[in-house]
Write a protein that binds this ligand. Structure first.
Ligand SMILES: Cc1ncc(COP(=O)(O)O)c(C=O)c1O
Length: 398
């Protein structure tokens, strides 16, 4: 008797893409693997370690493939997310984020114990003396020593300590805390990632390096080595990797890519081309005269970084999304989308629209929050479903 199919699974192994139910999330395995390889090749002549951010994919199978290619471990943003990866066998996890509150600290210590028991580690970021003291006391009470990075605000103005003197005071505090083990600096410049030009990204990372080296120098004067300097995302990682300051990079989106990253002007001639490997497979469910209405709307994708694009079909424009629907129109010769409901939309444009029941692939505007909407990734090889990978950490927000 055949196994009952997972109700979240859009089709059976061996079926072609056209047979998968919609909307569903698909991964082009070949493009995805090229992305993983290209990233590792691009840093091969540097000394940096690669620790991809798993918040982009939330999928242990992807993390395992990244580690198999030489990544030293992964980053996670949430402790419950990290636990899902640890349970799936990932040993070395950096929580590249702050951890506040007794419940989260208890969960982190329990996870640290789980990982240390198998020679792994959970490293945690701290940016406040109170957070460092709370983590230290809890770790001491639990008989644990937790590796810690001090997070610097290198320009994003999110978490992190911006003032070099306050950073060094916190480094000194952590260094003297017996429940903590000071490892170095978390220095992620998030806003540099989607800064469109290479020149502006370089300026942002130069500024980050300036702050980091000042903090390193002042800490060294106290006899403390900031041995690890980690940060960087897909948009800038090659700059950090070549800076001589960073020892580790944390790109995440490169494995999947999205419309927003597609808007960067990469500039560097040797910057690898990362391909779109992540798509939403969607069907035309209604076909009024001048538009095609697909079954992937706001509940199927995140639009915080803009609407999706129709993959490989520049003549089609995904124009608006509602909860369960997306409206696709044909683009005019000026590259502007036609307006649904306008009777003068030329017939030849309307003729390009997909027919009722036809499917298209959408490239999501922003990969991370889109992946978080789905339970599984449908892995396609040459147009055939070959595997289904659980997105085990989806929805894990604690
Ligand atoms: C701390 C940290 N590191 C790395 C990344 C990875 O960035 P990207 O997905 O743009 O490569 C992120 C993403 O937001 C992040 O917050």
């Amino acid at each position: 008797m055949s196994q009952p199919q997972n109700p979240k699974q859009a089709g059976a192994i061996g079926e072609p893409l056209s047979a998968l139910d919609t909307p569903c999330l698909v991964l082009d395995l070949a493009a995805f693997e090229r992305n993983l390889d290209r990233l590792m090749q691009s840093v091969a002549d540097t000394k940096v370690a690669v620790r991809p951010h798993a918040k982009s994919h939330k999928c242990p199978e992807i993390a395992k493939r990244q580690i198999a290619r030489g990544a030293v471990g992964i980053c996670c943003q949430k402790i419950s997310e990290a636990k899902a990866f640890a349970d799936a066998g990932i040993n070395d996890i950096l929580l590249s984020n702050e951890l506040v509150g007794s419940k989260k600290i208890a969960a982190a210590l329990s996870l640290a114990r789980q990982l240390q028991a198998r020679s792994g580690q959970l490293t945690i970021c701290v940016d406040h003396p109170q957070a460092a003291a709370d983590l230290n006391h809890a770790a001491q009470a639990a008989g644990l020593r937790i590796p810690v990075l001090i997070e610097l605000d290198v320009g994003q103005h999110r978490c992190g300590v911006a003032d070099p003197r306050a950073s060094v005071a916190l480094i000194d505090q952590v260094h003297r805390s017996s429940g903590l083990q000071f490892k170095g600096l978390q220095a992620y410049h998030g806003s540099a990632q989607h800064t469109r030009t290479q020149t502006d990204r370089q300026a942002a990372i130069d500024q980050a390096c300036h702050l980091i080296t000042r903090v390193q120098r002042d800490a060294a004067a106290l006899g403390i080595d900031c041995a690890t300097v980690t940060g960087a995302g897909t948009g800038s990682y090659l700059l950090e990797a070549r800076s001589g300051v960073y020892t580790e990079v944390q790109p995440g989106s490169y494995a999947l890519m999205d419309v927003d990253y597609g808007r960067n002007d990469w500039g560097l001639s040797d910057m690898p081309v990362f391909e779109n490997s992540l798509f939403i497979h969607t069907s035309v469910m209604s076909r009024p005269d001048d538009r095609a209405v697909v079954d992937a709307g706001l509940k199927s994708m995140s639009v915080d970084s803009g609407l999706p694009v129709v993959f490989g079909r520049p003549e089609l424009v995904y124009q608006k999304a509602s909860d369960e629907h997306g409206v696709i129109v044909a683009s005019t010769q000026t590259g502007q989308p036609g307006q649904p409901g306008q009777p003068d939309q030329p017939n030849e444009l309307v003729g390009r629209l997909p027919a009722l029941g036809q499917t298209v692939l959408l490239v999501p505007g922003h990969c991370d929050p889109t992946v978080n909407l789905y339970d599984v990734l449908h892995v396609m090889d040459q147009g055939v479903l070959i595997d289904v990978w659980p997105i085990s950490a989806r929805g894990l927000l604690f």
